[in-house]
Design a protein around this ligand. Structure first.
Ligand code: EPU
Length: 417
């Protein structure tokens, strides 16, 4: 198993390019099932979660070829309608093949994803939506078994804005008969990216990116050539890396408007952010000011940036209150941040972080993807040496993060444990 060894204290400088979005690529890959033929998806990040999605698609009969960051998916022979537990348990987003399989073949059998380190993450809203579209759904032996002659458009009102649920229903409804209206839909930029790709395939989707999405079903879709949006969470992580090291970096291939909630908090904390010709410059202060945050669905502060922002607040001047409102167990990085000498207390879904002047390097363990990123950030700012183990979590979602950080002047190496 690999670990990262970081000698902290280097101010980051130079330029970094953001990769394509993981959370946009995953549903986009699943959407290819909807149309027979060869799809070409570009700006795809090299990640373990992408490999898992490819394995899922191959297990269904797709032929997948990769060349650099371009992936060609031939969905012509997707004839197997079962996604097994072995694959779905390693990456819950693979449950998103259920709707497309059902829409194209009239039946599907997909494993329930099971628990997750950051929360229970049920899929009841996905299933409620598919049922509203006329699917006959049973749970048996840990699998969702679904059937429908042809899905029929319907109104679906989500109990909460769900990113995966909204994406799932958009895909299924694209081939349904008649109009579907998704109410209280999630508004994340990745949803708009998927809708844009589906529309390119011939779907009729309006309103993606707002809380009401209208989909007029079509009989058939055709394959797409599509470029995935940049990864806003990777970009936000680099912004926090510049901020925590007092560095001065330029970030290419990012869409700053996707990160408004983070940008405003960073600016209030004293970070200088400018956008010139699509290149974003981020300059960290000597010491950031303490800021309170509450995670919320988009356009609120993203839960996927909570751990990284908390690392920054560990060295802030003053106390910050951070509340996590999306996932019930997303403070696992706290006990590891304490090992750096951070001063954090938790009560329910709220963490109070009293900034300390300096963190001290320590051996720590990654527990999930974004938690891993927060430990790297703490290590970059800490004195001495930090060793982050169990970094397989990191490889799920950050493309070559240690190489990108090293190119910005960080002293960070991947070594075999
Ligand atoms: N929820 C339900 N029932 C459902 C669906 C969701 O109760 O049927 C709850 C969840 O348990 C959670 C909340 O609704 O409390 C929001 O979950 P959502 O469905 O929006 O999350 P997701 O689609 O499972 C995606 C990202 C996550 C990101 C969340 C929130 C992908 C592949 N994953 O998950 O990304 O945190 O949206 O923005 O897009 C990450 O990249 O590290 C990550 C965890």
């Amino acid at each position: 198993m690999d670990k990262l060894v970081i000698h902290g204290g280097k101010k980051l400088s130079g330029e970094v390019t953001v990769s394509g979005s993981k959370n946009a690529s995953l549903p986009i890959f699943c959407a290819t099932i909807l149309a027979s033929g060869v799809h070409e998806i570009s700006n795809v990040p090299f990640l373990r979660d992408i490999n898992t999605t490819i394995k899922v698609l191959e297990s269904l009969g797709a032929r997948v070829e990769g060349n650099g960051n371009v992936v060609r998916i031939d969905a012509t022979d997707v004839n197997n309608v079962e996604a097994t537990y072995d694959l779905v348990k390693t990456m819950r987003a693979s449950v998103l093949v259920l709707g497309p399989l059902l829409a194209r073949h009239g039946r599907a059998r997909v494993s329930l994803p099971g628990g997750c380190a950051i929360g229970a993450r049920p899929i009841d809203q996905h299933l409620k939506g598919l049922k509203a579209l006329g699917a006959d759904i049973h749970l048996a032996h840990g699998y969702v078994e679904a059937k429908a002659k042809r899905l029929k458009g319907a109104r679906v009102n989500f109990d909460m804005p769900t990113v995966g649920g909204t994406e799932h229903l958009m895909m299924a409804a694209a081939l349904a008969k008649g109009e579907t209206v998704l109410e209280n839909a999630a508004r994340e930029p990745e949803i708009l990216d998927l809708a844009t790709m589906l529309n390119q395939m011939g779907a009729k989707i309006d309103g993606a990116g707002t809380d009401t999405i209208r989909i007029t079903g079509v009989k058939e879709l055709s394959p797409a050539t599509y470029r995935v949006m940049p990864d806003r969470i990777e970009a936000g992580t680099f912004m926090c890396a510049a901020a925590i090291t007092g560095g001065d970096i330029k970030i290419r291939n990012m869409q700053l408007e996707h990160l408004d909630a983070l940008v405003f908090k960073l600016q209030d904390a004293g970070v200088e952010i400018t956008n010139k010709d699509g290149i974003v410059r981020v300059k960290g202060p000597k010491r950031p000011k303490a800021m309170n945050i509450k995670t919320r669905p988009y356009p609120g502060f993203p839960t996927d940036m909570q751990a990284q922002f908390m690392a920054l607040m560990c060295v802030a001047d003053g106390a910050s209150v951070i509340s996590e409102n999306i996932f019930e167990n997303r403070f696992m990085h706290v006990s590891e941040l304490l090992r750096f000498g951070a001063d954090i207390t938790i009560e329910g879904n709220t963490a109070t972080v009293k900034g300390v002047k300096k963190l001290s390097g320590a051996p720590v363990m990654a527990t999930d993807l974004r938690a891993s990123a927060s430990l790297i950030l703490a290590g970059l700012a800490a004195d001495n040496t930090t060793e982050v183990s169990r970094i397989y979590h990191l490889d799920r979602g950050y493309e070559s993060i240690e190489k990108k950080l090293a190119a910005l002047g960080a002293d960070i190496q991947r070594v075999k444990e």
